[in-house]
Design a protein around this ligand. Structure first.
Ligand code: FEO
Ligand code: CA
Ligand code: CA
Ligand code: CA
Length: 595
């Protein structure tokens, strides 16, 4: 099949060396600019204080912490999408409360909990390219913060379900907030999907957590955010159903700042990484999703109805359809297994006798349903990207050091490395090149590693520059595959990772597999979140958790000393402590960054 201009050729890209510098580095043909760091005002609110002394009310008007997935939504200018003016939706995945507050977690209080909740969620900011570069437009009537307290509607099969009802919401249709917003998606009708990942960590479970809670990693130990001490909503002893109201894909219409976000429950409840949308041949909407935990699954949703450009209320397309989970067979073929109420599998049935009274039960206990279906346990599915011309689908499997260890699943063809510390990227092609197909063929695009390593286990199958723990994944419109890495701070630049440098972003040619290092990040950051203007001349990239502590903080009251970024690189940054931020990358000659 012709791939047109989406050739993915790397002829415009050169390779950067690895780096341990506390800087964002790009090649000399490119320029980087700081756009929006934690604490920067969303609109006309207060600027952050260097000592983090801002209160919850200020934080509610400022960039949250830990930027992750994002997307640029262009304004229309003279009937065409603008490449100089748009809305940027940015996830704020989680907080490091040792950094977030003056005095860190000492003197833990209701005010600190409120600020922590306000630093979660999503930013919608208005951005414009001016003579001096990109600027956040302030004030802006479009600008908005969605936080862990913003009322969100519930839609789909779990709407009104008994397991979704709480003391505060006895009809099960409204929940306060979205949290742990990791990766994202963009619908064909131009809304933003923000995905709730590690929601389990916010809840205090009873000493005897239920099997349902345990399947999602909720146990008495996981309450490190300490919200439950001052907000009883997060105490499952008092409000056992509250945790069922998180772990969803949430739709935000950036063009309707007054509209409540909507939790689209037909897409299943799990530790959602992203929600990558495409269209089936007949116009039905298809959403690809990973559940990021060791030995969890890859899912897709296919809408019942077709997308019709111009129709209103497209969001309801995400409420009716079929949720599937993937089985990757060892012969290179695969099946999409429907998680439909009433369906019977060799491993059990999704019926009332097995505890699934209706489709609401299936989506709320999606992981248990997928277990019954016999899906393939993967090495931590992260982002998913669809090739813009041929529809091939790529998923990052970031790592899984427990693969093949005592008591855990062994290797299989799709997860072939024992104690997989570098991760890999799997690719599949849907039968008939139709995203709605129930079968596919797959292969391994790359086993991450260092091609120069003397140890064959560490070499992987990368052609070009080394990397490990791939996480963010995105196609530009020219068919380049961009790979962002998330090596944890405890592993970075040590042991097997000694030669790989700080976390980074690479660009790959999907046909040749060749990979070149494009950007390196500051000390102990993760590089995650990427989007571009329609003309490809501006890339927006997020730098998350610079200076992350490699282990539990010795003193949670003191800011980390591992990184001084971005104030050490950009004079306009508020200093005092390291800050996650959105960075703008352009080419110095003004040509598209995307080649
Ligand atoms: Fe939030 Fe799976 O990364
Ligand atoms: Ca991620
Ligand atoms: Ca990380
Ligand atoms: Ca990750």
């Amino acid at each position: 099949a012709s791939v047109g201009r989406a050739s993915g050729s790397l002829q415009h890209f050169s390779s950067l060396s690895t780096s341990t510098e506390d800087l964002v580095r790009v090649g000399h043909d490119y320029a980087s600019q700081l756009l929006y760091a934690w604490g920067d005002p969303v609109s006309d609110g207060p600027r952050a204080r260097a000592d983090a002394g801002d209160d919850a009310a200020s934080q509610r008007q400022q960039a949250g912490m830990h930027h992750d997935g994002m997307h640029f939504f262009p304004f229309m200018e003279y009937g065409k999408p603008s490449s100089t003016h748009g809305l940027l939706c940015i996830n704020h995945e989680y907080t490091d409360d040792g950094l977030l507050h003056a005095g860190g977690m000492h003197d833990w209080s209701a005010d600190k909990v409120a600020k922590s909740q306000a630093a979660h969620g999503v930013s919608v900011i208005e951005v414009r390219r001016e003579a001096g570069g990109w600027q956040v437009v302030r004030p802006s009537s479009w600008a908005r913060r969605v936080t862990a307290d913003t009322p969100c509607r519930i839609a789909g099969p779990a709407l009104g379900h008994p397991a979704m009802r709480t003391h505060m919401d006895n009809r099960g249709n409204l929940v306060l907030g979205t949290l742990n917003n990791c990766a994202m998606g963009v619908t064909p009708w131009g809304t933003y999907l923000t995905c709730e990942e590690n929601f389990n960590g916010y809840f205090k479970a009873p000493a005897q957590a239920s099997a349902e809670h345990k399947r999602y990693g909720i146990n008495a130990k996981t309450s490190g955010y300490r919200w439950h001490e001052f907000d009883e909503r997060f105490d499952l002893e008092k409000h056992p159903n509250e945790a069922n109201r998180f772990g969803w894909v949430v739709e935000i219409d950036p063009w309707n700042p007054g509209q409540a976000p909507v939790k689209r429950t037909a897409l299943g409840r799990f530790k959602h990484e992203g929600a990558t949308c495409t269209l089936a041949r007949d116009g039905r909407v298809v959403v690809y999703m990973g559940d990021d935990e060791r030995f969890e699954y890859v899912y897709k949703f296919v809408s019942r109805d077709r997308f019709r450009p111009g129709q209103t209320d497209n969001g309801s397309l995400l409420d009716e359809g079929t949720l599937y989970v993937a089985r990757f067979d060892d012969d290179g073929k695969g099946r999409w297994l429907p998680l439909r109420h009433g369906k019977k599998y060799a491993g059990g049935a999704l019926t009332a006798e097995s505890g699934f009274a209706d489709q609401g039960d299936v989506v709320i206990r999606c992981r248990q349903a997928a277990d019954i279906a016999g899906a393939t346990k993967m090495d931590r599915p992260e982002w998913i990207a669809v090739h813009p011309a041929n529809g091939d689908v790529y998923v990052t499997l970031t790592n899984n050091t427990q693969r093949g260890t005592a008591g855990k699943s062994g290797t299989d063809a799709a997860n072939p490395r024992p104690e997989n510390s570098f991760g890999h990227i799997v690719r599949w092609q849907e039968d008939g090149r139709d995203a709605a197909a129930e079968a596919f063929t797959w292969d391994i695009f790359a086993l991450a590693g260092d091609p120069a390593s003397a140890n064959p286990q560490q070499r992987g199958s990368v052609r070009g520059d080394s990397y490990g723990s791939p996480d963010g994944l995105w196609f530009d419109s020219n068919g380049h595959l961009w790979i962002q890495t998330d090596v944890s701070a405890s592993t970075l630049n040590k042991g097997e990772y000694a030669a790989m440098g700080n976390n980074q972003m690479l660009v790959a040619d999907p046909s040749s597999g060749e990979t070149r290092r494009f950007l390196t990040g500051p000390v102990n950051c993760e590089v995650t979140g990427i989007t571009s203007t329609p003309d490809g001349r501006t890339l927006f990239v997020n730098i998350q958790h610079p200076g992350e502590s490699p282990s539990e903080r010795a003193d949670p009251g003191k800011p980390t000393a591992y990184s001084a970024w971005p104030a050490n690189q950009f004079s306009e940054a508020v200093g005092g402590r390291p800050r996650s931020a959105t960075v703008v990358i352009t080419r110095r000659d003004g040509r598209p960054v995307t080649g």
